[in-house]
Write a protein that binds this ligand. Structure first.
Ligand code: HEC
Length: 150
């Protein structure tokens, strides 16, 4: 559990940087940044519940997970036409070199967010909630470490 929380905190730090890098983006790049930012906003709601600084509220978790799910999968990958890199985008050119891995991770985000939503919708235990959220956050990290520039 400690490791999951550490990863969540590390993610939290990259969010504020992302928000600044946003300036000047247009078209699909702007759209995907906004999608990612919407996802980031939801994670900000979820992480305090993971750390226990706010109580676990299944209804809120369900709503956040559903927003993340809607921005993942093909809704996300369709915003990456070949070669759409360069400032201010932080997308790595390897995305198109290894498209199957990239799209797999986008699908994985959709399914892990879906699993989190299901736990919350069924009033799952706090332990199950933390487990499902931790699994989802690992997907963010895997994709960012391979496919997003620092
Ligand atoms: C399939 C790959 C992938 C997954 C999974 C993924 N991301 Fe991202 N994320 C990216 C890429 C690529 C960018 C850079 C996009 C750009 O700048 O064009 C990015 C950018 C961001 C940004 C910065 C947005 C901005 O305004 O510049 C935030 C915040 C973010 N991601 C949060 C998350 C969170 C939270 C998760 C997990 C819930 C997640 N991401 C999962 C690939 C992914």
């Amino acid at each position: 559990m400690k490791r999951v929380i550490g990863a969540a905190i590390a993610l939290g730090m990259t969010f504020s940087v992302g928000a600044i890098a946003h300036e000047g983006a247009t078209g699909v790049v702007k759209e995907r940044m906004e999608g990612m930012e919407a996802i980031g906003q939801q994670v900000k709601i979820l992480v305090p519940m993971l750390k226990g600084t706010l109580p676990y509220e299944p209804a809120k978790v369900e709503q956040s997970a559903s927003i993340i799910e809607s921005h993942a999968g093909e809704n996300f990958t369709k915003l990456f036409p070949e070669g759409s890199v360069g400032k201010p985008s932080e997308a790595h050119p390897d995305i198109w070199e290894d498209w199957s891995k990239f799209s797999e991770l986008a699908m994985e985000l959709q399914s892990t967010a879906g699993a989190l939503k299901t736990v919350a919708a069924n009033n799952g235990s706090e332990g199950d909630f933390k487990g499902a959220l931790g699994t989802m956050l690992k997907t963010c990290k895997s994709c960012h470490s391979d496919f997003r520039e620092d």
